[in-house]
Design a protein around this ligand. Sequence first.
Ligand code: ARG
Length: 443
Amino acid sequence: MLRRFLTLFAATCATAAVAAENAAPAAPTVLYLKAARIIEPRSGTVLQDQVITIEGHKIKTVTALAATTLPAGARVIDLGHATVLPGLIDCHTHVTGQPANFYEDIFRKSPIDEAMTAHLYARRTLLAGFTTIRNVGAGNYVDFALRRAIEKGEVAGPRMQASGPSLSATGGHGDLNGMSPYVRFEGDINGVADGVDAVRKKVRENVKYGADVIKMLATAGVLSEEESVGAPQYQLDEMKAIVEEAALWGRKVAAHAHGTEGIKMAIRAGVASVEHASFIDDEGIALAKEHGTYLVPDIYNDDYILAEYARLGYPEKIIEKERKVGRIQRENFAKAVKAGCKIAYGTDSGVYPHGWNGKQFAHMVKWGMTPMQAIQSATVTAADLLGWQTKVGELAPGFCADLVAVKGDPLADVGVLEHIDFVMKDGEIYKDAIAGQPVKQFE
Ligand code: ARG
């Protein structure tokens, strides 16, 4: 019976193959987007009255409207007076979850609960205009499953780079601290690893199951119960081993680091980016510039933590740590901007509700960036950090057709990026409050 089935199956495939060979390949759909204003972040300029021609999933050309002939019967979408930008990029997300209640999140939920809701957060992120994210830290490989579902077109979400579990020292920011030694979570896949051999193995393990990037917790943090907020938690040889091993497998390393010393150790170890960078000093700023290390400062979420985390049942100890970090992180962000450090947009979404990713723009401008610089951090600079600089972050021929539009002018008021009116990813429309086009549907 099985043999019969296999023979039949083979015959069916062969017939299908012949049919496919004879049929003309389906022409990719072409779409013309009329844009009165395009922000071009690579050169920091604004283009007027353009036509973006999209063929299938990619941008084919960007040409002046006056010099473009739109073929009769072509599909044309007029975005009116809106401002068009490349799809936004958030380099520091935790899209698989968001806090609701400290106790319940730890003790009543399992990774299965997380997997049940991750796609909702991914969708909110996309509809907020973030067409690409780098997810740096998720337990139990839920991020890999989410990325797979998005890539297959089963759920709506941004294109993703995902790290899997963050590498952490025992008792460090990625461990569960402050509990009885008898509290264990059976089968939990996390990133706790100590010593050069173990961290190398953990990098390999993450890569084996799907990591595009390695996340390392170089120092203590805020939302964990260890004593310090910024003390180094890996030795330099462990940090170096992580970077070296990641490089062997073609992966970059993102280092969570709040503390002055740990930031410098991570930069010296060769990480691609320092996340948070809260207590960075002048030497750290100089080192980041010298090594070309990107800083990814999450300078919005202090507002949210201080306003909401007591209500969510977080221990006072944690909220006290946030009070130590919030303001100084913003002041040091301003210093790093002034010094000309490379700053990529990253918000730590999941610390605050997903979909609010755009709220950080206004803070970046308040603390020293021009609106154009803030937009560059979330497009070209972010794309450079991800190694996707020929793929996303610009509206140019051959790039993914990822773009957003807003009715207001983000160069006059960057806050308009908190409410994105039009979202296209891979040539498909996911949101349109401008031209009223139908949006992509999921069965
Ligand atoms: N995930 C980070 C941590 O727990 C959040 C820090 C948020 N606070 C801030 N000021 N950026 O350390």
